[in-house]
Design a protein around this ligand. Structure first.
Ligand code: GDP
Length: 424
């Protein structure tokens, strides 16, 4: 049996959704194990173009079962809307091919309110949150003040639990932020609209995975965001609120005795970053605008322009290590085709010293990139399907990055479509 995790090596938006969509054909189950509606995976296939936020990217393959694990911040409203949107494009979604863990925490409307209120309070020191309520939800989880999806099945209990939480949460909303509180009726109404529809999908996914393992099914773990946004190993405090690393996959999926045999790290041929925080290789001005426009670097969820820069070996090598990547996919190579020469950052200068190690987050603000320049290939590579058919400069670019980050680049992606890929 060979289970695989597909994870981000950088800040997220590396093209994980595209890689999951490509390789799900070899798997029986695809599971989302962390994060929530705060980031989007873009998938382009025969059904059209989709920005998925909560649904696993395996949802498009017949015979693949998609699972939303206990580690996910389960936003019923967004999930129901997403299911309807994907269904409208002719994709079958039923409890047969979608399962939701009964242990996933429910993201309630106040989590989004609190996200917005806190960003407004921070004003120009704002964190750059997508305001989807993810941080408030995970904080509540660790305070043991969330409702689990499975509780929805016990109506009277759910009502009582909700009542208790409303009393507690209204204190924060009204007394700390001076905002409006919630009534039980308004939230029960919200639950009727969205949570009821999820009931058929909610089940004991740990049991499901035990059974799947016994039957020798192959599991694909789909991560959101990237190593540099991981709550423990990312660039604190500019991280997400969950573990985006492969090591968390069995925990967030609900089957802790499940092995991750292979870790496919996805990294982009240049760097991008959404939101605040240090970004050592960042470009500005015309050069940045050109790369951003060529690479369509605008957030899948928010439409925000992404920050762009040259490939960062120091950060990526760290990402490869933190993820325990066993192989890599290099995406968006085609985007670099317009460049005469391509800069790559191989070292940082931190407080007058040169380093190849990714520094403690605090030191990143003062880190300066030390770059080398490689020759561009200046031609369209989007139709190339064999590595040896790539221009020499493009091959050299891939081999250089592979050598620098210390992990095999197995896939080179030269377009967003399913088959625009070179497998080495
Ligand atoms: P994810 O969150 O890691 O799944 O990444 P996103 O979906 O946010 O961003 C990846 C974007 O790049 C999507 O719009 C993809 O369709 C697109 N994409 C992925 N790989 C390639 C590639 O090799 N070339 C081009 N041109 N676009 C790509």
């Amino acid at each position: 049996m060979s289970n695989c995790a597909i994870v981000g090596i950088n800040w997220g938006d590396e093209g994980k959704g595209r890689m999951v969509d490509l390789i799900t054909k070899d798997y029986d189950v695809v599971v989302r194990y962390q994060g929530g509606g705060n980031a989007g995976h873009t998938v382009i296939n025969d059904h059209g173009e989709f920005a998925l936020h909560l649904l696993p990217s395996g949802i498009f393959r017949e015979n693949v079962i998609s699972v939303i694990g206990n580690g996910v911040a389960l936003d019923p409203e967004n999930l129901i809307k997403e299911i309807e949107y994907v269904r409208e494009k002719g994709v079958d979604i039923s409890p047969k091919n979608l399962k939701i863990s009964d242990r996933a925490s429910l993201l309630l409307p106040w989590h989004k309110d609190l996200d917005c209120l806190e960003e407004a309070r921070l004003s120009d020191k704002k964190f750059g949150s997508t305001r989807q309520g993810i941080a408030p939800l995970y904080s509540d989880k660790y305070q043991k003040k969330t409702i689990l999806a499975g509780e929805l099945k016990y109506k009277e209990h759910f009502k009582e639990h909700l009542k208790e939480l409303i009393e507690w949460k209204n204190l924060t909303l009204t007394k700390v932020y001076g905002a409006q509180g919630y009534t039980l009726d308004s939230l029960l109404n919200w639950a009727d609209n969205y949570c009821e529809k999820l009931l058929p999908y909610i089940c004991d996914t740990s049991k499901f995975f035990s059974e799947a393992q016994k039957q020798g099914k192959k599991i694909l773990f789909e991560a959101q965001l990237g190593a540099l946004r991981d709550i423990d190993f990312g660039i604190h405090p500019y991280t997400t609120s969950s573990n985006a690393i492969a090591a968390y996959a069995p925990i967030g999926s609900g089957c802790t005795d499940m092995k991750v045999d292979k870790v496919l790290g996805v990294m982009k041929a240049y760097s991008t970053c959404v939101g605040e925080g240090p970004f050592v290789t960042e470009w500005f001005g015309e050069e940045a605008d050109k790369l951003r426009t060529n690479g369509f670097e605008f957030g899948a969820k928010t439409g925000r322009p992404r920050r762009v820069g040259s490939f960062d070996v120091v950060a990526s090598r760290y990402g490869v290590k933190v993820q325990g990547a066993t192989e890599l996919a290099l995406t968006k190579m085609d985007i670099l085709s317009y460049m005469d020469e391509i800069k790559v950052c191989t070292k940082y200068e931190v407080n007058g010293e040169t380093t190849e190690d990714f520094p403690f987050p605090l030191l990143l603000d003062s880190a300066k990139p030390i770059e080398v320049t490689l020759k561009g290939w200046k031609c369209d590579i989007s139709k190339v399907r064999k590595f040896e058919d790539l221009p020499k400069e493009a091959q050299d670019y891939v081999l250089f990055l592979e050598d620098q980050v210390g992990c095999k680049i197995k896939y080179v992606s030269v377009g967003a479509e399913r088959d625009s890929i070179i497998v080495r």
